[in-house]
Write a protein that binds this ligand. Structure first.
Ligand code: FDA
Length: 304
């Protein structure tokens, strides 16, 4: 049985992308989790979601950028996305990864790039969510987030329930009044920084969810786990927190049944819609979350 650890290991070896891309059916397989290669593909997917009562967040796939020119190209792509959201009227905000915007090159350079996107979003009355990457990036990501939150306001952060440090980070972010997307965490982390057992991650998720919902700030509860979703619904009901005071969030292509069910029940629902050519690490993390997805990949690999 291929493990989560093995798939996360492979996700960091980008050269394997070319190997997988040689299979005739591979592109089709990636389309289960990725809306397409360009902004228009993502807009099409988002329009369909909007019709079903689901909002979205654009994710232009990219991470671990090592050249300033690539980071600049990503900034421009996000500026275009914000223009296109306005022009087409789709209901969506944007999500960015700081290593895509140059965090591994220079923190100040990354700060300036991220600021340009958030400033543009502000002019468009829109919102930017900063994704959280592996734990070697947490401190710098939070530094940049806090500075830009104080300067501009229309930015939120992602926190990961698998990290021991997250409860403290969450208190800190809540004291600023900022919006959080709570997720379990998608990267391979050592036991020194993250709970190794799923049951501890889940217990922490529920604990942090309760803090978020009680804060009175509008947060995103990002999960496909029925137990986390039930726990959130029950807690909100018991505390008299209305359905429009928070939102559930899910990833494109994952548990669409649950997503539509929640939207029909009147919960706010947002889908994370990735698009672009740099799909490999994102795609491998999705396989790692559910190694059974590998069967889906293998079945389709040789189809034309
Ligand atoms: P869990 O992994 O326990 O899965 C629960 C159930 O959901 C599974 O049994 C299965 O039914 C279904 N499921 C989950 N993943 C699936 C998949 N890939 N394919 C098919 N079924 C699947 N992480 C991070 O580190 N930084 C970030 O910024 C973000 N951002 C983010 C945004 C949004 C909107 C979401 C929903 C998630 C993220 N994540 C993330 C990913 C997150 O950390 C986590 O890895 C996944 O959401 C999977 O965790 P679940 O909470 O779904 O539970």
């Amino acid at each position: 049985m291929v493990s989560r650890t093995a798939l996360l290991y492979l996700s960091r070896h980008h050269s394997l992308k070319d190997f997988f891309a040689k299979f005739p059916g591979f592109k089709q397989v990636t389309h289960r989790f990725i809306a397409g290669e360009n902004i228009d593909d993502a807009i099409k997917a988002i329009l369909e979601l909007n019709k079903l009562g689901v909002t979205a967040t654009f994710d232009h796939l990219g991470e671990s950028t090592t050249s300033k020119a690539e980071a600049e190209a990503d900034v421009r792509e996000y500026l275009r996305v914000l223009d296109r959201i306005d022009a087409t009227g789709v209901n969506s905000n944007v999500s960015v990864k700081l290593t895509q915007l140059g965090l591994d090159i220079d923190e100040q350079f990354c700060l300036q790039n991220t600021r340009r996107i958030i400033e543009s979003a502000k002019l468009h009355h829109n919102f930017v969510r900063i994704d959280m990457e592996d734990s070697s990036k947490t401190d710098a990501t939070l530094r940049i987030f806090k500075q830009l939150y104080r300067e501009l306001g229309n930015v939120g952060i992602v926190l990961q329930a698998y990290l021991y440090r997250t409860e403290k980070d969450l208190d800190d972010v809540l004291s600023l009044g900022a919006r959080v997307r709570l997720c379990k965490g998608a990267y391979q982390e050592p036991e020194t920084v993250a709970f190794p057992d799923k049951k501890d991650v889940d217990a922490n998720y529920l604990k942090l969810m309760r803090k978020l919902l009680k804060s009175g700030i509008y947060h995103g509860i990002a999960t496909h786990d029925l137990r986390m979703i039930r726990g959130t619904k029950e807690f909100a009901e018991s505390e008299g927190i209305d359905k429009d005071q928070f939102e559930f969030q899910m990833l494109y292509g994952v548990r669409r049944d649950l997503m539509l069910g929640l939207a029909r029940e009147g919960y706010r629902m947002r889908t994370y819609v990735p698009y672009g050519e740099f799909w490999y690490p994102y795609f491998m993390r999705r396989l790692a979350e559910r190694p059974a997805n590998l069967w889906f990949v293998l079945k389709n690999l040789f189809k034309d």
